[in-house]
Design a binder for this molecule. Structure first.
Ligand code: AMP
Length: 193
């Protein structure tokens, strides 16, 4: 199923220098949230495409109660309720450690970590040989701003989705394989085509 990351869509718009990208560049780099109606339009357009008919994974959306309302309106109009909402739980210092060490390859999208998953040659992508880069908002000051935005605007969504019976909380400690297994555990049997 398509993995729809609103952050990734915004980074692509910024890299392309599109009108949307020019509007959001300084907001994304500082680590604050782009306006709800603006990101709502991006998601509504993405969910209007054919490839989401059999399901989709939204990553990083909704991030505010208003965005949850926008999503409910978009899905409600198509009679397609959400199946589950995943909340990954991890301490703040671990988040800072993970994000400040993250390096990505702008050419092919591969992701590395300076300590947990280093590339074979420092600063060079194992997959395509591209030069690795650090996301502007993975610098510690932006990460702290993102955490504050999360606490103020996104954390209230947990109660909203708990009331709807959709919330699935997953311990985010440990490695990728451990967390993946826990996610499949809370989602139940995953059928593949
Ligand atoms: P992410 O890749 O999910 O960490 O998002 C990176 C940045 O993109 C965030 O810090 C925001 O500036 C922006 N962004 C991504 N998704 C949203 C959203 N749902 N609402 C507002 N801003 C967003």
């Amino acid at each position: 199923m398509p993995h729809i990351s609103t952050g990734e869509m915004l980074r692509e718009a910024i890299a392309a220098g599109s009108p949307l990208g020019r509007k959001v560049k300084s907001i994304v780099e500082a680590g604050t949230l782009v306006p709800d109606e603006m990101i709502g339009e991006v998601v509504a357009e993405r969910l209007s495409r054919d490839d989401v008919r059999m399901g989709f994974l939204l990553d990083g959306f909704p991030r505010t109660l208003r965005q949850a309302e926008i999503l409910e309106a978009v899905l409600g109009a198509r009679n397609e309720p959400l199946t589950a909402v995943l909340e990954l739980e991890i301490g703040e210092e671990e988040i800072v450690r993970r994000l400040s060490g993250r390096r990505t390859c702008p050419a092919c999208g591969a992701t590395f970590h300076t300590a947990f998953s280093p590339p074979r040659a420092e600063g060079v992508c194992d997959a395509c040989g591209g030069r690795l880069a650090q996301r502007e908002d993975d610098r510690e000051s932006s990460v702290r701003t993102r955490l504050a935005e999360y606490a103020a605007k996104t954390a209230p969504l947990s109660a909203h989705y708990r009331e709807l019976g959709l919330l699935r909380r997953v311990d985010g400690a440990g490695g990728v394989a451990d967390v993946t297994e826990r996610i499949f555990g809370v989602l139940g049997t995953v059928e593949t085509a």
